[in-house]
Write a protein that binds this ligand. Structure first.
Ligand code: SF4
Length: 746
């Protein structure tokens, strides 16, 4: 290896050092890098075009929802800056937010509709493209019924887009097969919340960070996934001298900042939370009278956790009895505790059990319905909250209404001006069942919008084979090729963030306006215009009379009247000044709702919270002599999802240019692997070859690979070659956090 190559390798491995040294792309020159928050500060190069006009917007990546000003010159976005007067980020942005411009002007932008032609694609006009989609969907539905088609959308789209897709699929096509990529990251979390509260009910606000004296952070690494949120968390911790306990098999940046890091064996969370509950109850740290008043099933839970002693939990989780007991005592003595969790809990075949077991703890300790206390989960995708409130999932209608409820169907049908019988009572298929449906020949047509399942779904080989079997596959995206677009019969060029307008709700129920700053490139169009065009060609002209997104927002508002997310007090005009106002906002005079359930009346049975007596269950695939290591997949802060946006931004792409594997020094020694070696990782489904990082950040017996790389990075680079098709029993979320692998120096 030459000196230059050696330097490149070390740069690739130490992404933070690399960022410190590298020059930024485009208009920005990096002048500093904060290794804790992943935040760069940039200075605009002298020759960068000066913005002629600024537009208000929101960062489209994570659920923090940072306000962004978008600078435009000569019809192009030339700059972004954090919005100084935005309540969430007060002018700051993380490395992803600062580099938003880079996602817009890439060589692989899809700029015209295309049709499969042999093994490639040929350019076609919009009229032919939309007529083909309308004609094929109609034909397939007439022959096989409405449930033979499905739409799969992302969790990064706008309220108005979700509203149009929902109305089209459920109100016009007559199927509930509208599914979202939120299934892959937050389904178990949301199902857990619904089971525990009796409804989808995020109670807390970011302001609670400043009021808590304890942060219990489980399977969650906001330092990498939500850096601006994490920065606020760290400031709050310092200012109020709050304690932070982190549960994670990895020493993440978040864990390194904790007062206590519980480096738990992968997958054993239910045992830990039951044991903490055991200690809380048995040491008299629970006000039982209050707990019985506040919750259902308190005595059942009390009895259930008696077997979960700290001794037993110590054997299963690998933690010491003292660590478990001390943690319970710290929680029991806290004045106001916030409980946060993320994909470490959700992405498991018992993800819902893990979440409900965790939620037992704030509920029995009265950490709910008080400032600074409660469960607080900020989603990884920017509009996962909007998606749920608009009903962009197979079991929902707008305003958190269940499709199974006849009255709800009638309410929504009246607003949509469609026959109530048109909305099917049976919930539609999740993406897991859509894939199985394609395999079984039941789903014939699939329309994918801004999602990349061929990279993000577990067991890549199976997904690719399945997509090939789709009779008619439409992919609407900003980019081509993606891992998924190659399988399409028709490609529709959609618009990217800032090339379309609308509204978004962030992880604390806060609404923001995104102004369209520029036109999409080439023939690309705002996504809801494409869907409405197809709908009209299928004969649904009167259902889609809208000329502006504001008209769609106004119609959606009527669906929220009297519902938990009532936003009848909002208009586009109001959102221009009341940035991040939190629902419900039922009237024009209402100032928004910082926290919910302050009256301690909950949506569940008898107005109480539900406790859950859960048992632990091993992951679907456990380690053995042949595959002796648990694979955990996760994210890094310089990339987002399958890199369709971030993988083309030089500064981000160079920072993490290839997948890597974290191996504990003992496991590395056992397998004769050294730092920077290329390592072949194999599971029962396939293999991936990645570069080794030897670190005690990962617990012995497990390895970690970031999930961002799909097969376009190289057939043997896709981490989902390894993962398995095991799904949460209730939420159908994939178990990305535990499958069995072996490693060998390549
Ligand atoms: Fe965007 Fe999230 Fe970073 Fe804020 S924290 S700039 S919303 S990625």
């Amino acid at each position: 290896m030459s000196k230059k190559d050696e330097k490149n390798v070390s740069m690739q491995l130490d992404r933070r050092e690399f960022i410190k040294l590298s020059a930024a792309v485009g208009a920005a020159t990096i002048v500093g890098y904060d290794p804790v928050f992943g935040t760069i500060r940039e200075a605009f190069a002298e020759d960068a075009p000066k913005a002629e006009k600024w537009f208000m917007s929101v960062c489209p990546y994570c659920g923090t929802g940072c306000g962004v000003n978008v600078g435009v010159a000569k019809g192009k976005v030339v700059a972004v800056k954090g919005m100084e007067d935005h309540p969430i980020n007060k002018g700051e942005l993380c490395i992803l937010g600062k580099n938003l411009v880079g996602m817009l002007y890439t060589k692989d932008r899809l700029v015209s509709p295309m049709k499969k032609d042999g093994s490639g694609f040929k350019k076609i006009g919009w009229d032919e493209a939309t007529a083909t989609v309308a004609g094929r969907f109609k034909e397939i539905m007439e022959k096989n019924g409405p449930d033979s088609v499905a739409m799969y959308i992302s969790a990064s789209e706008y309220i108005e887009e979700y509203y149009v897709y929902n109305k089209f699929v459920k109100g016009c096509l007559g199927t509930n097969n509208l599914e979202s990529s939120a299934r892959l990251c937050w389904a178990s979390g949301v199902v857990g919340i619904v089971k525990a509260f009796g409804a989808d009910s995020p109670p807390c606000a970011f302001e609670d960070l400043e009021l808590a004296d304890l942060f219990f952070v489980a399977g969650y690494n906001p330092s990498s996934s939500k850096p601006i949120f994490f920065k606020r968390l760290m400031k709050a911790k310092k200012d109020s001298k709050a304690t932070m306990i982190v549960v994670d098999p990895r020493k993440t940046d978040t864990a390194r900042k904790a007062d206590v890091h519980l480096q738990i064996k992968p997958g054993t969370d239910v045992v830990l939370y039951n044991a903490i509950t055991n200690v809380l109850i048995n040491e008299g740290l629970v006000n039982e009278e209050e707990a019985r008043k506040l919750t259902n099933n308190y005595d059942k839970l009390k009895e259930h956790v008696q077997k979960s002693t700290p001794k037993y939990a110590s054997e299963v989780t690998g933690l010491t009895e003292k660590e478990i007991t001390d943690t319970a005592r710290t929680i029991g003595k806290a004045k106001a505790a916030l409980f946060m969790w993320g994909q470490g809990l959700n992405q498991s075949r018992i993800g819902t059990r893990k979440v409900t077991s965790l939620l037992n703890i704030p509920f029995i300790t009265g950490n709910i319905g008080r400032p600074g206390a409660g469960p607080f989960a900020v989603t990884g995708q920017s509009t996962a909250m909007s998606l749920r409130e608009v009903g962009g999932l197979p079991h929902l209608l707008p305003g958190f209404r269940a499709v199974a409820d006849e009255k709800f169907r009638a309410d929504v049908a009246a607003i949509w001006s469609v026959d109530a019988k048109k909305i099917a009572p049976k919930p539609g298929k999740t993406i897991v069942d859509i894939m199985k449906g394609i395999e079984a020949g039941e789903i014939k047509a699939l329309w994918i919008i801004h999602s990349n399942p061929a990279a993000t779904f577990p067991d890549t080989k199976w997904v690719r084979e399945t997509l090939k079997k789709t009779e008619f596959l439409v992919v609407q995206d900003c980019y081509h090729p993606t891992e998924t677009s190659n399988y399409a019969h028709i490609l529709l060029p959609g618009a990217q963030w800032s090339e379309k307008g609308g509204t978004m709700t962030n992880g604390e129920r806060g609404l923001n306006l995104i102004e369209q700053a520029v036109a999409p490139p080439g023939e690309a169009r705002p996504d809801l215009e494409i869907v409405m065009d197809v709908a009209r060609k299928m004969g649904f002209e009167k259902e889609f009379p809208y000329k502006k997104t504001e008209e769609i927002f106004e119609e959606f508002k009527t669906c929220t009247k009297g519902r938990p997310n009532d936003i009848n007090g909002l208009t586009y005009e109001r959102l221009r000044k009341d940035k991040g106002i939190q629902w419900p906002v039922p009237t024009a005079e209402h100032m928004g709702t910082k926290r919910r359930f302050m009256d301690r009346k909950f949506p569940g049975a008898e107005g109480k919270l539900n406790l859950h007596a859960n048992d632990h269950l091993e992951p679907a695939e456990v380690i053995d002599g042949e595959f002796p290591l648990f694979l955990i997949t996760g994210l890094v802060n310089e990339q987002f999802h399958s890199r369709t946006r971030t993988g083309k931004i030089d500064v981000l792409n160079k920072a993490v240019s290839e997948p890597f594997i974290e191996i504990h020094p003992d496991d590395a020694k056992k397998n004769k692997v050294k730092e920077s070696d290329m390592v072949k990782v194999s599971s029962r489904r396939g293999s991936a070859t990645v570069r080794a990082t030897i670190t005690d950040s990962i617990i012995k017996g497990a390895v970690f690979i970031p999930y961002h790389f799909g097969y376009l990075a190289g057939e043997d680079k896709a981490v989902n070659n390894l993962t398995n098709r095991s799904f949460d029993e209730a939420a159908k979320q994939p178990e990305y956090k535990a499958c069995a692998v072996k490693i060998k120096k390549a």
